[in-house]
Design a protein around this ligand. Sequence first.
Ligand code: GLN
Length: 488
Amino acid sequence: MEIYELSVSEIIKKLKARELTTTEVVNAYFKRIEEVEPKVDAFLTLTKEDALKRAEELQKKLDNNEKLGTLFGVPIAIKDAICTNGVRTTSGSKMLENFVSPYDATVIEYLKKEDAIIVGKTNLDEFAMGSSTEHSAFKTTKNPYNLTRTPGGSSGGSAAAVASYMVPCALGSDTGGSVRQPASLCGVVGLKPTYGLVSRYGLIAYASSFDQIGAFTRNVEDLTLVMNTIIGTDEKDSTSIEREKEDYTKFLVNDVKNIKIGVPKEFYGEGLKPEIKESVLKAAEKFKEMGATVEECSLNIADYCLATYYIVACAEASSNLARFDGIRYGYRSPNATNLKDLYKKTRREGFGEEVKRRIFLGTAVLSSGYSNKYYSKAQEARNAIKAQFAECFKKYDFILTPTSPCEAFKFGEKTDDPLEMYLADIYTVPINTAGVPAISIPCGYTESGLPIGMQLIGNYFSEGKMIQTAYSYEQNTNWNKKPEFKED
Ligand code: GLN
C-alpha cells in the first residue's frame, strides 16, 4: 500500500508506532500531488515548504515524547475561503487574488494546535457561489472519476483533492450544499454540521446565517477525527454555540437497530435521475436489512426551498460583499478617476458574473419596494421549512434523500442557465435553511462509473448518531472504487 492511500487514522497510528516519519508522509503526499494535480487542478496554492518545516517540528515533538494532537502529522487541504495566516486566501475571486491573510481562522488555529499539516488551499466557486467550481476566477477543477466533468461545488477543489488521494482529508464550507454536493459527485464523505457548532471566524462570508465549515474524508472514521478537531465554542463568532465538546469516535459503532429513518416521497420525484433514485432507495432497503426502521414520510418543502434559499442567501451576500470596495483591501481598479468611479470600476472588474448576479438579486429583494414582497416572505418560508423539519424529527432520527439530483455533470452543461445550476442544489439547500446537520456518503455508481451519494439529515446536534448511522452503512457496503482519471 502506498503512503498516500492510508487513512487519517492509519497515518496517525503509523507515525506513533514510528513506522513512518512525518517528513515521509508529507513527501509522499506531495509526490502524489505532483503526479495527479496537473490532471485535476484542485489547488490554488500549495504550501510545501511550510508543510515540510511543520513536519520536522512535529517529528521532534514525537521524538521528545511530548503530548500529540488529535490529527498528529495528518496532511490536510483547506478551501480557499478559509483564512490562513501568511498564506494567500483568494475565495476564488480576482477581488482577493493577492490577499495574504494576516490571521488564522479559528478552525485553522485548532488544526495547528492539534498537529495537522496544511498542504495547500483548494479551488472553489468565487465566494462559494456555485455548484461546479466553474465560477472560480482562476481555474476549473476536474472530477477525478471523469476529467471532462465537474467535481461539483463550491468546495470542488477540496472534494477532488480527497477523492484523488492528494490528501486524506480537507475542509470546505457549506452554505447550501457546498460540502455535501461535491462530496457526492466525487464519491467521498462530506459533513455539514449544525449551524453554530464550528466557528465561522475567518471564513470569508457568503451568507452568514447559512454558512458553516464542514469536512471531507474518504471514510466515516476519519471524519470523526477531523470533526473532533474543528468543533468548539468560539467567542470570536457570535453565532457559535456554547456546548460541551463531544468525542465523535465514541459513535463508531456498527449498529442501527434503534434508528428510525424517514424517506420523504417529495424528494424522489420529478427531476431526479432514475439511477440515483434506485441507488438511494436500495440504501434505504439496506438500512432495513441492518435492523433500522425505515418508513416513507412527507417533507413538503421542495416547491419553495430553492426560492427561499436564493432570496435570503443573496440578500445576505449583497450585504457581506459590500466590503469589497477597493479601499480597505483586495483588488483596486487602476482605471478610476474619482471615488465613485473607484467603487464602480473595482467592483465591475473584481467580481465575476455569478457574484454580480447574486449581488443584484440580493440588493433587489432588500430594496424598499420589494423587501416585504420577497425578503420578508422568504423569511416566513424559512420558518415554515424549519417547522416541517421539526415535525419530521418528532418521528424520525434521520431523513434519507439523494444528495444531488444528478451525477457529476459536464463542463459548461449548466453554466449558460443559472436556474439549471441552482436546481442542482434542490436537496441540499433546505438543510442550511433550517440550520440542521447533514452528511453525504457514497451509496453507488452510475452505469458510466460516476459516484452517487446519499444524504442523511438529522436534528440539531445529532452529529454523533448521524456518524454512527453512516458508519454502520459503510461497514455493510463497499463503495470505494478508486478514481481512474478517465476522459471521454
Ligand atoms: N450551490 C449553492 C449556491 O450556489 C451552495 C453554495 C454553498 O454552499 N456555498 O449557493
